[in-house]
Design a protein around this ligand. Structure first.
Ligand SMILES: Nc1ncnc2c1ncn2[C@@H]1O[C@H](COP(=O)(O)OP(=O)(O)OP(=O)(O)O)[C@@H](O)[C@H]1O
Ligand SMILES: [Mg+2]
Length: 226
């Protein structure tokens, strides 16, 4: 999966400038960077929710930006799983029903998936009866229910305490390391970066690899900027 020469501007301001990004199966990539640097924009492009002004996005050898709306809709449903900062569960559906609502084919057992994420005893409860960490794990399960090849998460731990946030990050990384999926996660929490294989920083529209020695410094910088 590869973004090639991707550029995007909003109101004359170049947010992403000639971005190259390759994510391999089994890889968990963290994206960091100051507020407003374009992290979410990059994630929406990867999630096929935004088409950039320029560039290509190769998934299985074809440039998906060349596809028509219906083909894109199907790719989004089958190949991409999204987790946001808030769980965004539907208040009147039980935990199990949240998954069944969007499950396309019965490729995987939703009950088993929820059980694997530590929610086996919560299947028939409504979101109002769950803790923040449990809600976010339901959101992760929902992102996985159609077995997507690409999992994207935009600050999925921001509304959680450290322990629950850590658990969610580990679940995401496991999807890469044990299931061979591609995971891209935006985070501001430097304590979460060690579960990822690579850390990339968005700044001034470009993407640079942060090496492990630099990580601590980079994230402090990031926190001050925010
Ligand atoms: N739909 C839009 N229309 C106009 N400008 C936008 C739009 N979406 C984002 N922007 C602008 O593009 C820039 C990057 O926004 P983006 O949401 O990608 O940043 P971010 O790195 O995710 O920030 P944060 O850490 O605060 O979430 C910002 O200057 C923002 O105001
Ligand atoms: Mg953002």
């Amino acid at each position: 999966m590869r973004l090639s020469h991707v550029s995007h501007q909003f109101d004359g301001h170049l947010v992403l400038n000639d971005i190259e990004l390759h994510v391999s199966p089994g890889e968990c990539v963290a994206i960091v960077g100051p507020s407003g640097s374009g992290k979410s924009t990059l994630l929406y492009i990867l999630g096929l929710l935004r088409k950039p002004d320029q560039g290509a996005f190769f998934m299985d050898e074809r440039d998906v930006f060349e596809l028509d709306e219906e083909e894109l809709r199907l790719l989004r449903l089958h190949e991409v799983g999204f987790v946001f900062q808030q769980a965004h569960l539907i208040p009147y559906l039980t935990v199990l029903e949240q998954l069944e609502l969007i499950q396309e084919k019965r490729k995987i057992d939703a009950k088993q998936l929820l059980t694997n994420l530590g929610l086996g005893h919560r299947l028939h409860q409504l979101p109002t009866t769950l803790s923040g960490g449990e809600k976010q794990r339901v959101a992760v399960a929902r992102a996985l229910v159609n077995s997507p090849q690409l999992i994207l998460a935009d600050e999925p731990t921001a509304s959680l305490d450290y322990e629950n946030g850590r658990r969610v990050m580990e679940l995401l990384a496991e999807q890469a390391h044990e299931e061979g999926r591609r995971v891209v996660v935006i985070t501001h929490d430097e304590r979460m970066l060690d579960v990822c294989d690579r850390v990339l920083r968005v700044i001034d529209g470009t993407l640079t690899e942060v090496n492990k020695e630099e990580r601590h410094h980079e994230d402090r910088f990031d926190a001050i900027d925010k």
